[in-house]
Write a protein that binds this ligand. Structure first.
Ligand code: DGL
Length: 274
């Protein structure tokens, strides 16, 4: 039996903190290691191979730190690297360890929300090009039509703390208009990027009142709770001390400052050399 260890939470940078915040609120008893690959973020515009290699390298670091269970709290990494890691790497690298992503939990429940069966997905270019949301939603709800919109300016707005400024209004409205122009019947919109919850107030402002907005944090936290209940062998290797260690591949000082935007409180992170 493996030694119990923290749950690993991986993101290209800060966005995964919006998911981690909800996971920790729901499951405070576990230990966590958060790793942000800030030195190589954003992942959104990068090609499949690059995202896969970066993500695998970071998952290996989390494994080296002892993690038996890792969540890719990044849609782009979940879209472009998760399947290959699960099917190709884990069987030889670490057959007893698990790596899960954030796309499936959202696609599993989206059918509960839409009445028109027209669902919008807002995401990075990488996630949109992968068509992961379209493919996954089709598996669970074949009647749903998915309309995707890439929002390449939204991550930089959040990363530069401009998500509440006037510049954000322009780009929020622009991408929502482009999404809604694809179908007048969209009644449910998924925030398919972990950065976007920080823009939620402005997104709401420019979305028609009848359109529901699905943010992933709580959905992933509920799904993880359910997963750990259904998999006692994985739950048993998650250590329970309520602690968190933050690691970044870039400057720890910068991470500490910016993480506060996402978490609402400061953190003490450490640098991880790649
Ligand atoms: N965290 C990424 C996601 O959820 C967005 C940031 C990036 O492009 O690296 O898609």
């Amino acid at each position: 039996m493996q030694t119990p260890a923290p749950i690993g939470i991986f993101d290209s940078g800060y966005g995964g903190l919006t998911v981690f915040r909800e996971i920790r609120a729901k499951l405070p008893q576990y230990d966590y290691i958060y790793l942000g690959d800030n030195a190589r973020a954003p992942y959104g515009p990068r090609d499949f191979d690059t995202i896969y290699h970066y993500t695998l390298e970071c998952v290996r670091h989390l494994f080296d730190m002892g993690c038996q269970f890792v969540i890719l709290a990044c849609n782009t990494a979940s879209a472009k690297a998760l399947r290959t890691i699960q099917q190709q790497d884990l069987p030889t690298l670490a057959p007893d360890r698990r790596v899960l992503g954030v796309i499936r939990p959202t696609t599993e429940i989206v059918g509960k929300y839409t009445k028109t069966n027209h669902v919008g997905v807002l995401a990075t270019r990488g996630t949109v090009v992968s068509r992961s949301y379209v493919i996954e939603i089709e598996k669970f709800f074949p009647a749903i039509k998915v309309f995707q919109q890439a929002c390449p300016m939204w991550v930089p707005l959040v990363e530069n703390n401009e998500h509440e400024g006037a510049g954000a209004d322009y780009f929020v409205k622009k991408y929502l208009d482009e999404l809604l122009a694809q179908s007048a019947d969209i009644d449910t919109v998924v925030l398919g990027c972990t950065h976007y919850p920080l823009l939620e107030k402005k997104i709401r402002q420019y979305l028609p009142a009848n359109v529901q907005l699905l943010s992933q944090g709580a959905i992933v936290a509920n799904s993880l709770t359910d997963y750990l209940r259904r998999h006692p062998e994985i739950e048993a290797v998650c250590s329970k001390g309520g602690g968190v260690a933050y690691f970044t591949t870039e400057s720890a000082e910068d991470f500490n400052l910016k993480a506060a935007i996402f978490l609402g409180h400061t953190v003490q992170s450490r640098h991880l050399a790649l």
